[in-house]
Design a protein around this ligand. Structure first.
Ligand code: FES
Ligand code: FES
Length: 156
């Protein structure tokens, strides 16, 4: 059995017939062709699949695509505008906040959400805010530095 869903992804409408058991992360990657959101654990632990759903960060492996029907999804691909990186992306670049980059799309989406809630976080608030996102390269201090740098840049 398939179900037709309509989802706005990065501002563009997407429509597809999907099985009700299809996870949102598989829909984004395999149906919509967006490989930015990554798959790590598929059990809502690692955060590699983090995207925004109607403006709130969610782990795309923890919900079904049909639950996104009629809603808006933002992935890391939708952050840059007119060739200009989002301030969080820019800060990750400048602060060397990635090694292999596997966790990075999820980290950036979670960091964006964290800064929307708390525009001027301390180191420990950043660490607490990102505790749902794991980096196996363990470059956490650079990630914290990047989020704080993004915070000061966005406050200019
Ligand atoms: S793949 Fe979704 S939290 Fe790990
Ligand atoms: S940069 Fe490699 S997992 Fe985070």
């Amino acid at each position: 059995m398939q179900q037709r869903i309509r989802v706005t992804i990065n501002g563009k409408p997407h429509e597809a017939d999907v099985e009700p058991r299809l996870l949102l992360i598989h829909y984004l990657r395999d149906v919509a062709g967006l490989k930015g959101p990554h798959i790590g654990c598929e059990t809502s632990i690692c955060g590699a699949c983090t995207v925004e759903l109607d403006g709130k960060a969610v782990k795309a492996c923890s919900m079904f695509a049909v639950q996104a029907d009629g809603r808006e999804v933002l992935t890391v691909e939708g952050l840059a505008a007119n060739g200009t990186l989002h301030p969080v992306q820019e800060a990750f670049w400048n602060e060397h906040a990635l090694q292999c980059g596997y966790c990075t799309p999820g980290m950036i989406m979670a960091a964006k959400q964290l800064l929307a809630r708390n525009p001027n976080p301390t180191d420990s608030e950043v660490r607490r805010g990102l505790e749902g996102n794991l980096c196996r390269c363990t470059g956490y201090q650079h990630i914290v530095n990047a989020v704080r740098a993004a915070a000061s840049g966005m406050g200019d």
